[in-house]
Design a protein around this ligand. Sequence first.
Ligand code: HAM
Length: 435
Amino acid sequence: MKIQTPPGMRDFYPAEMRLQNWLFRHWREVSRAFGCEEYEGPIFEYLDLYTLKSGPGIVSELFNFEDRGERRFAIRPEMTPTLARMVAARANTLPRPIKWFSTPRMCRAEKPQRGRLREFFQWNVDILGVDDVLADAEVIAVAIEFVRRIGLSERDVVMRVSSRPIAASVLAGMGITSDEEANRAFGLIDRYDKLGRDEFRRQWQEFAPAVDCDRLLAHLEQTDLQHGFSLAEAAGPAGEAAAKQFEELWQRLRQFQVDSYCAFDLKVVRGLAYYTGPVFELSARQGGLRALLGGGRYDNLTQLLDGPRVSGVGFGMGDAPVLELLTELGKLPALSAGLDVFVIDAGSELFPKAVEITSQLRRAGFACDFSYKRQAIGKQFAQAEKRGARLAIVVGAELAESGQLTVKDMRTAQQQAVAAAELLADPLSTLGAMR
Ligand code: HAM
């Protein structure tokens, strides 16, 4: 019986795994560069953790199950509720600010499509305990530093930034005042890009026929930052405060030197229910790809979990959408298997010596291998090439004659004779420079 990979799940053969490791290395290095520490949580949580804020509607988007004790769990679809739970549990002892990152595997019961899977990894960076947009700007800067490092420019991606309070003020100015109505409006605005103008207009008419959709669209389609500020300021005291906060955010983005990647966009309101302040999404500029990253400020999550109030801001970035975009732009890195040295014997009688040398190099920290087959030197070189080795060491007859080995740089094809005793006494300094 042939059994396939379940829909929306992936197998990672070594070639794909190399790419995953490359991505994770950048996620980790960038997080650390910004002073963030790594954390992890469990792969499944009590279902209540997710329904608490989002309501029972979320259950259909989750993989959930019951254990034999009839407790209901769900495989984590995101990390933020786990993070809030962990922080709430130790809120009084954790040193502030809390600057944490994680790269969890998660599952969502989605209809699989390009860049959206049922199982994926998501890089999360969050700063908690800071009631200042400095933290919002910094998490955006973390994300931009990552995209810069993987070779994506302002022409490839844009960080669309908005603010829930500004959007709420604008809606309030148009007569949408209750939280419930505003949340429904956010849900619709969140799908604007997917629905398109006409369908959005149709659904808006159904939802709020008394609110002039053209006026709303005129605001939503404005990307001028100043327009955003004046819109909010015109919307009463709450709007004024939101506009001031937003202006400060933009100043910080300039100081972090990431503002060239950022654009004001009132259409970004984010689907998740817990956001309370600035919100943002990183989107590919071309080709109908959905967001590469989404995040924002959430100031009440820990209280919801019976903890003290600890404000937070952060984002999640999926591995699949990023790799999808890099593939599309032809910007995937060429990654070798990462072998440092391939040891070649010039005759089967020299193979035991080759194994010894391999062992010594491995002990010295080199990724080192040899051929399992006793075969001609040319074939062994072909294997070294195929395995992506940086260097090849040939163990030949001259080892017995003059104590020398031949080291070949596989990239330049240059060869040089090296004294075996010297090389084995200090492989790092002899080979390190060549690696
Ligand atoms: P989210 O918008 O649900 O936010 O997801 C954030 C990102 O995760 C998306 O932009 C996308 O890159 C990736 N993602 C989501 N679903 C999938 C999927 N099915 N397959 C592949 N990638 C996916 C959150 O999850 C928030 N918890 C983020 C956050 C952290 N907010 C504050 N801190």
